[in-house]
Ligand binder design. Structure first.
Ligand code: GTP
Length: 157
């Protein structure tokens, strides 16, 4: 398990085993690609980030991941690979997020993208992501860095 403080100094625990913190995570984060590019979305207040959000009532985190990709980017995806989980301890609550990886099959045009400005395709993520203010705080801690390392180990990227 990797433990660190995030951008807001909240304690984060990150682990790549099977459901280390909860069998029923209520949040999801999906490292998403499309044709050899990273597929991000531009959140209206947080900035660039991978799709994700809250798992809704009656949904699994897998289903939520597929829905969030569609809502935030227009991306259509059939398969997601579970790679790990992290928990964030904030003052008010502790949240658990499932991390998935997925390759989008196509990107559909749509009028509304909920809290985001829609899809953004990027060739490479910047080296110094933690200092890049174009990116959301959720992208600027060890979660993305360690998840990409894990994806390389699994030969998924
Ligand atoms: P809404 O306003 O309903 O979206 O929810 P909220 O403001 O209660 O926030 P949310 O449930 O998304 O997050 C609760 C806490 O977890 C906040 O302190 C967030 O900063 C933090 N948090 C949420 N997602 C992440 C994440 O991916 N990484 C990190 N480091 N913190 C997160």
């Amino acid at each position: 398990m990797i433990s660190f403080r995030d951008y807001y100094r909240n304690l984060v625990n990150l682990d790549f085993s099977c459901n280390p913190f909860s069998d029923n995570a209520r949040n999801v984060f999906v490292i998403t690609s499309y044709k050899d590019k990273w597929l991000l979305t531009k959140h209206k207040s947080r900035g660039l980030e991978f799709p994700g959000g809250k798992v809704e009532e009656g949904e699994t985190s897998f289903q939520a991941g597929i829905r969030e990709i569609a809502e935030e980017t227009g991306g259509y995806i059939e398969e997601l690979v579970y790679i790990g989980q992290y928990e964030v301890h904030s003052k008010e609550q502790t949240i658990v997020k499932d991390i998935y990886f997925g390759e989008v099959i196509r990107i559909d045009d749509q009028e509304h993208f909920y809290e985001t400005d829609g899809p953004i395709l990027i060739d490479e993520l910047p080296e110094n992501l933690e200092f890049n203010t174009d990116y959301s705080f959720v992208m600027r801690d060890l979660v993305v860095k360690e998840s990409l390392k894990r994806l390389k180990e699994l030969n998924l990227i």
